[in-house]
Design a protein around this ligand. Structure first.
Ligand code: 4NP
Length: 142
């Protein structure tokens, strides 16, 4: 089983989702990517790393990369952090490919329809709370 977490920059939400999910399900092959390429090669955003580290998630080895059309065949499941990410991924889907692309919030039941981007909201702990809840739900659904 291979799962790819996708956000916009791959420096806040999706690397955190990758790190949290990995700690919950170490047997699953997890990766993350961004639909945008501005931060390729960079480690996760400092304040995001600090908030994650405080909960025991070390994101320091992760490096941003851009989502690639080949990811549709490399992964069994693609998880988007919000509807814009999902639409941008779907736009790249090759003809005939049927890899499921889901919202991360499909795996929680509070009614949220996105993981708000803490790069803009500055609510890194709120993002972590939601990411942990979604990751737990995803583990249960596998
Ligand atoms: P992410 O947050 O999608 O959760 O990694 C972002 C970080 C930076 C930018 C966009 C989103 N940016 O445009 O620089």
């Amino acid at each position: 089983m291979k799962i790819l977490f996708v956000c916009l920059g791959n420096i806040c939400r999706s690397p955190t989702a990758e790190g949290v999910f990995r700690s919950f399900a170490p047997e699953v092959d997890a990766d993350s990517a961004g639909t945008g390429g501005w931060h390729v090669g960079e480690p996760p955003y400092g304040p995001m790393q600090t908030a994650a580290k405080a909960r025991g998630y070390d994101l320091s080895d992760l490096r941003a990369r851009q989502f690639d059309v080949a990811d549709f065949s490399r992964f069994d499941l693609i998880i988007a952090m919000d509807g814009d990410n999902l639409a941008n991924i779907e736009r790249l889907r090759p003809a005939g490919n049927e890899t499921p692309v889901r919202l991360f919030t499909d795996y929680e039941d509070s009614g949220a329809d996105a993981v708000p981007d803490p790069y803009y909201t500055r609510d890194f702990d709120g993002a972590l709370d939601l990411i942990e809840t979604c990751a737990r739900g995803l583990v249960t659904a596998l």
